[in-house]
Design a protein. Structure first.
Length: 344
């Protein structure tokens, strides 16, 4: 904790007591958003209804793709509510990591609460977080609740893993001095993927004191998604390569212990089968095709088990199970090349 302790005690940084003495808020809420004015409006409705005194917190909305619709939503709440609400147009660099940096850097409080524009914080979210912020605590993990239907889709079930994630920026509290010591979020993470894991790993490496705040709850409804969404999500995997490059040991310990050899086998058998068919090697093509079919069927059954069996969902799982492995391997290779790391 030596590095962080030294930074927190730096006389150039304003301690919590000084903020309170100056009449500034106890906590600043930072919400990155882009192109989701309706969801942001719902989130803001929950934030202005917090049980905490309105003078004790401020809300900073960072628009990562500045738009009139988002600005109008925020300005509407500004004029109707007593809390300090700030609109920040982020013209770049873009991505949730950069947006969160713009937010906490502009915050007045010594404690920063992060959430997302598609969450619904409970009325006592901020009060619960502040109550758990003991003097020796650097960071708090709040609780995320994701209601699901009795029989979910594969996408809904996959999204619900956020509930059990070790650290997510959908619900966390951090001392501003700690963020300053870490130099904030790594803005190379351009998508909403692994940027919070990177901060978590850097906090662990710095010896920060991280505790849970089960009384600080945000609901995170699963957003509707287009058919085949899981295919389009594979592009995010390229940022696994960056996370692995920065934290190889922690990545293997806390994200994925071994590479997705099933993906590589499926992709390799598909390529081998195609090559065999193209060159007239029928035995090679047949053997590779059977391997591809068997492994793809295995993957499909893993995904469909325990989910809805509607015809549309079954068809989606069948098609995407065939497409995901080679696409995922492709984006892993893109990430490895972009970030110059041996990542499998």
């Amino acid at each position: 904790m030596d590095t962080l302790t030294a930074s927190i005690n730096d006389p150039d940084l304003i301690p919590l007591s000084a903020y309170e003495a100056a009449g500034t808020p106890s906590v600043s809420v930072v919400v990155p958003t882009v192109g989701r004015a309706d969801l942001l409006n719902r989130c803001l409705g929950a934030l202005v209804a917090q049980s905490l005194d309105t003078a004790d917190y401020e809300i900073l909305i960072v628009d990562d793709g500045p738009s009139d619709a988002t600005r109008e939503i925020v300005e509407g709440w500004m004029t109707s509510q007593p809390q300090r609400i700030v609109y920040i147009a982020n013209h770049g660099p873009h991505g949730p990591a950069a947006a969160r940096n713009r937010g906490w850097q502009a915050a007045r409080a010594s404690i920063i609460a992060f959430t997302d524009d598609d969450t619904v914080p409970a009325p006592d979210w901020l009060a619960g977080g502040l109550a758990a912020f003991e003097p020796d605590v650097d960071v708090l993990r709040g609780r995320v609740v994701m209601p699901l239907p009795d029989v979910p889709t594969d996408y809904e079930r996959d999204a619900s893993h956020l509930e059990t994630a070790e650290f997510v920026t959908a619900n966390c509290f951090c001392r501003k001095a700690v963020l300053q010591a870490l130099d904030g979020f790594d803005e190379r993470f351009r998508y909403a993927w692994r940027e919070d894991s990177d901060v978590h790993f850097r906090l662990l490496n710095a010896g920060a004191t991280i505790r849970s705040a089960p009384g600080a709850v945000v609901e995170h409804p699963v957003r509707p998604a287009r058919w085949g969404v899981s295919v389009f999500q594979q592009k995010k995997i390229l940022f696994d390569a960056l996370l692995y490059k920065k934290h190889p040991k922690l990545y293997r310990q806390r994200i994925r212990a071994t590479p997705r050899w099933d993906y590589y086998l499926i992709a390799a058998s598909l390529a081998t089968g195609a090559a065999g068919a193209a060159t007239g090697h029928r035995n090679v093509a047949t053997t590779a095709g059977l391997v591809w079919l068997g492994m793809t069927a295995r993957f499909f059954l893993q995904r469909i088990r325990g989910t809805t069996m509607s015809p549309s969902h079954v068809a989606e799982m069948a098609l995407t199970s065939a497409v995901i492995p080679p696409i995922a391997v492709y984006w892993r290779m893109v990430g490895a090349l972009r970030f110059k790391v041996r990542f499998f």
